[in-house]
Design a protein around this ligand. Structure first.
Ligand code: ACO
Length: 389
């Protein structure tokens, strides 16, 4: 065996975690981490969160322009027409063990939708747009149906007079959502629907680059979003708030676990944002408004105190660690009454328009994404028959 590993064909190793590596071009969104800015196809996220509903942003991501009234109505109707689940999908959900986690259920159910689509593997622009619509429409119904099925209740069909945000809340809870809840849900879905070359979007693009289909790409993305370093952080943030228990315990918890331990504050820090994530600023306000409306500020106050404690810490200042999108969204979603383990599936509902827009963009100018690795293992080992090992 020689000590020296083989040289690779790669000219230079990319930074760990592919940090700052530009892997292509996109017209979908700009994430400016230095200034804390986010733009979807030319529009500031603050404006979209304030004025747009989810359907307008879905249209924007798929068409790179905002819809006029009739285009918006057309999309809203097309989404509604695709929202109901087939008997097969409901039967599939009912066959899952009640303790199955919602993200695993969503990943499996989304993958299974392909089995009932005779054109699942037809990758034309027209078919891919149809699949993007179908996936965007059915995912909220799957998430809501699973919540009911695991609690021994029958799924609820969507209502034609509701948009996607209201329908999700209605199908989840079985009651008419309040206007403020719908508005916060719309803002959440808008804010989370697209975000540059994040890990799940990249994985969707990699899958697409092999000429695989839209269902496979979205299933891949859901599996990637699930991790606690990515979309799973919203659930982890809420569980952390529960663990802390009260605003009075914040400083002790921070000192014991973060300063003098190896824990991270979940919902803080970001690969790209080295300033405040603009989505976190909006969600901070929404979480406060929702908490004010319910008269229960306990969790908002705790989160706000932990945020201030962390931001006053010299390490957090030095490392530019701020609340990210998962931090205050946890409080907003909890206050609306979304079960904690449904936070990440809800993130997936929001992101399907963005993922599918990236899949469409990848198809426009595809080349197999296949990087290289620097082999650092042993060389020239001698073969030893199994009996002699
Ligand atoms: N709490 C405490 N310290 C942190 C945190 C945090 N939340 N995040 C990063 N740090 C520290 C790290 O310990 C590290 O310190 P060191 O240089 O002394 O070792 C430094 O900041 C850099 O951290 P990395 O993990 O190298 O940064 P990276 O860019 O790889 O990670 C990530 C970004 C995964 C988001 C990280 O900040 C994190 O784990 N945050 C908590 C989980 C989270 O909220 N994820 C959601 C991200 S947003 C999204 O995906 C939707």
């Amino acid at each position: 065996m020689t000590d020296k590993p083989a040289t690779t064909t790669a000219p230079a190793a990319a930074p760990k975690g592919l940090q700052n590596v530009i892997v292509g071009q996109s017209k979908l969104s700009l994430v400016n981490g230095t200034e804390g800015k986010l733009i979807y196809a030319g529009y500031k996220i603050e404006d979209l969160a304030e004025y747009a509903n989810f359907e307008e942003v879905i249209y924007l991501l798929w068409n790179l322009k905002l819809p006029n009234k009739s285009e918006w109505e057309g999309l809203r109707k097309a989404l509604f027409d695709n929202m109901a689940l087939s008997a097969e999908t409901i039967a599939l959900l009912k066959s899952f063990p009640p303790k199955a986690t919602p993200m695993s259920v969503l990943r499996t159910a989304v993958s299974a939708l392909a089995l009932y689509d005779p054109k699942a593997d037809v990758n034309t622009v027209e078919e891919n747009k149809r699949k993007a619509l179908l996936l965007t429409a059915k995912t909220p119904t799957i998430v809501a149906a699973w919540e009911r099925i695991r609690n021994g209740k029958e799924p609820i069909a969507p209502r034609a007079d509701y948009g996607l945000a209201a329908n999700f809340l209605y199908m989840l809870k079985g009651t008419e959502p309040k206007q403020q809840e719908i508005a916060v849900m719309d803002a959440y879905l808008v804010l989370l629907s697209e975000h540059g070359m994040n890990a799940s979007t990249f994985s969707a693009r990699v899958t697409t680059s092999t000429l695989s289909d839209m269902y496979s790409a979205i299933t891949t993305a859901i599996g990637t979003l699930k991790g606690a370093a990515h979309g799973g952080a919203n659930e982890e943030a809420m569980n952390m708030f529960f663990e802390i228990g009260s605003a009075d315990n914040v400083e002790k918890w921070f000192n014991d676990n973060v300063k003098n331990g190896d824990r991270r504050v979940m919902g803080m820090g970001h690969r790209v944002y080295k300033a405040l994530d603009p989505r976190a600023a909006v969600l901070n306000r929404k979480a406060k408004e929702m908490s004010d409306a319910t008269g229960n500020l306990k969790w908002y106050d705790l989160a706000s105190k932990l945020d201030k404690t962390a931001r006053a810490d010299e390490e957090f200042i030095k490392k530019n660690l701020y609340a990210n999108v998962d931090y205050y969204s946890a409080i907003a979603l909890y206050t609306i009454g979304i079960p904690i383990d449904q936070f990440t599936p809800l993130f997936a509902i929001a992101r399907i328009p963005g993922w599918s827009a990236h899949v469409l963009e990848q198809w426009e100018n595809n080349r197999l994404i296949r990087p290289d690795v620097d082999y650092v293992g042993p060389m020239d080992l001698q073969w030893v028959p199994i009996e002699k090992r």
